[in-house]
Design a protein around this ligand. Sequence first.
Ligand code: GLN
Length: 482
Amino acid sequence: DAYLCAIDSANGSLNAYVAVTHDQARAMAKASDERLANNSGGALEGIPLGIKDLFGTEGVHTQACSHVLDGFKPRYESTVTANLWADGAVMLGKLNMDEFAMGSSNETSYYGPVINPWRRSRATTIVRPVTHTGDAAFVSDGGVRTERTLDNMQLVPGGSSGGSAAAVSAFLCAGATATDTGGSIRQPAAFTGTVGIKPTYGRCSRWGIVAFASSLDQAGPITRDVRDSAIMLKSMASVDAKDTTSVDRPVPDYEAALGQSIRGMKVGIPREYRVDGMPDDIEALWQKGIAWLKDAGAEIVDISLPHTKYALPAYYIVAPAEASSNLARYDGVRYGLRVPGKDIIDMYEKTRAAGFGREVKRRIMIGTYVLSAGYYDAYYLQAQKVRTLIKRDFEQVFAAGVDTILTPATPSAAFGVADEDMAADPVKMYLNDIFTVTVNMAGLPGIAVPAGLDEKGLPLGLQLIGRPFDEETLYRAGHVIE
Ligand code: GLN
């Protein structure tokens, strides 16, 4: 009730939830109380969680914050959320995100932007038209709205898991699920002073999660501290016969790793991450992180990941290519929105024209182009080769004895909503992902941990990257930083 109350009072200004499942939350909490009374509680018994709108939740609003999935309520539950419910967690509702998880600011959502709970001061008011056609029964601030008033000094929470990060940061849930294809857990965590981990590819099942780029997508938690992250990831992770890329390895007790000494841990500092134009406070934060780990007994070594500069361009070929294929299914026949046409082709075209937003259309066009017969070798195949080189960079460093790699999580703190530079040039937005995409390209685990504030008082995060399936080392070192 306390969380539902907090959501009802704050969601009008933050827009973190796109559906609040009041009745379900109370029913799940009651069932949880009963289990506790019978001494049969699970690891997350009664813990109220927010769920990113990308996770299929049975009978509940699941639209990937896209118009094309209007009214879609799946008849299945994603494996990750089913695991959480099996451990006793309670669902508060579905969280806002960039449409189909494409974005770094949560501004591509059909439901309008999420506002970062962290603020700067002075504000001017602008009005943005947003068509709000959510299921009124599930939308906490009710009904259809056509306008939303925003401050242009308000800040984005990052993306694509902006709703997850904002809700955790503003105490509108105890923890949230999120997904990360190129940074969408770690960048919003850094922008909101929360902890976000992208586990190793294959650690969590992707079954029942709306697919963006299947070879890169991974689920993970956003939480207020490292301990919560360890507890929640243990519950989310599992092998799953319904996702053949999920990996059959025991899920360790991540919480047990916290507080273990990092004496002798070898921490790599990659010189290629010192990018041009990086603000001084990011560099200063990085140095502080190095000092903290050193003081705790870690050995700091300079390392080189020579193919880093190709990661972002390669990512923005591979991810749209896979997305263009995955999004072919939204044709007006199988899911959500249908705009009638004079024949079936006309219906497909009208549905997709009306259903997808600008960024999603841009990705579909880029993806279709790089996969087309004349360009496949020059772009897609080349990007896949680059991906192998990026992976090898990491393998060599880990083979040389490095246990974890420390980098900034993002090249800046949270920026303003409706930032003109970003709106004018999509590549500026893509540059936000510069420190995070390499990890997805190599399939490695990465965690963003809050590490300090910039000169305007906004949160900044550091990232730790680990060996495949060595999330425990990230938790050990992350616990020292937080
Ligand atoms: N910002 C990146 C993109 O837009 C990453 C998104 C994600 O990780 N889902 O593709």
